[in-house]
Design a protein around this ligand. Sequence first.
Ligand code: AMP
Length: 217
Amino acid sequence: MILVLLGPPGAGKGTQANLLETDRSLVKLSTGDMLRAAVAAGTELGRKAGDIMERGALVPDDIVIGLIAERLDRGGEGEGFILDGFPRTIAQAEALNRLLAERGKTLDAVVEMQVDDDALVKRIIGRFTCANCGEGYHDDFKTPKVPGVCDRCGSREFVRRRDDNEEVVRSRLEAYHAQTKPLINYYAKQGKLKSVDGMAEIGQVRRAIGRALDGSA
Ligand code: AMP
């Protein structure tokens, strides 16, 4: 199965992609994670992308398409992929169709997570992740059960993203509305779009995505 998770920054795509890895034995492909890894490694691609990401703008299509193509060529370990944060433009969506067709695959479904813009800023600004295993947390909505200790792996180190501050979040939302939102219509016309309420609590969203994928919603 190949799935796309679509929604604005802070909609919960990363969280739900992690849950789908467990629920459906899929492998998450996040262009944001790949780009952050390139920035941390100090590669040429990372240097190019880093400045753009700090402004909250989109990295050029050819860069992210190249990353996805490379990753698809390495193959999957599970039952397929969940694309988190890709595609983000119509050109990327068309490239994805092409990349999948060349490999004899097709996109099964696009899950759109619907959330209010006002809630997003609050959600993004409070979030942090475990530096070791990547488990996601939030100052208000999901704190570790033992303060300062990751529930999943026991690590005591946490990180916050550099672009999770109010000014950059506003730019990321603008980029979403201008460049990514047209994908909702694009995929609706292809009959692939399934929309869920991303404002609900994490477990409820997880179940709504499950029902949407199984065709019972
Ligand atoms: P994310 O982790 O998905 O929120 O992505 C963080 C940042 O990486 C975005 O604000 C963009 O600057 C860049 N980025 C990630 N995925 C893409 C993409 N598919 N197209 C363009 N830029 C991207």
